[in-house]
Design a protein around this ligand. Structure first.
Ligand SMILES: [Zn+2]
Length: 114
């Protein structure tokens, strides 16, 4: 499963952060997931629970997912617009010449640690 390797990547980042900043326990992870990314939030939650368990750093940690809306730029009306998929038309002019500018990524926004 795609989300499983993503989750393992998140845990690795947490381990690096723990080593750098000297914390030993992660309580909450706020993870931003763009609406245009292929990541399924429910799968991330499921995988996080599975992977976090058994790791002393993340055992019992909570995953909070923040959805980031998709944004794009319309070449026809030179406007920043919101989109829900890569193939959306511009809501302002119905143009199809849009370039996605945000909402495709996944990143750790914030951590609560002790
Ligand atoms: Zn437009």
């Amino acid at each position: 499963m795609h989300e499983m390797s993503l989750t393992e990547g998140v845990i690795r980042i947490l381990e690096d952060q723990a080593a750098t900043h000297g914390f030993t326990k992660v309580k909450t992870v706020w993870l931003e997931i763009g609406e245009l990314s292929t990541v399924v939030p429910e799968s991330m939650e499921f995988c996080f629970d599975a992977v976090a368990r058994g790791n002393p750093l993340t055992e019992g940690a909570r995953l909070e997912i923040i959805r980031v809306p998709g944004t794009a730029w319309c070449m026809d009306c030179s406007a920043d617009i919101k989109v829900t998929s890569r193939v959306d038309l511009c809501p302002l002019c119905d143009g199809a010449k849009i370039t996605v500018t945000g909402g495709e990524e996944m990143r750790i926004k914030e951590l609560e640690v002790e």
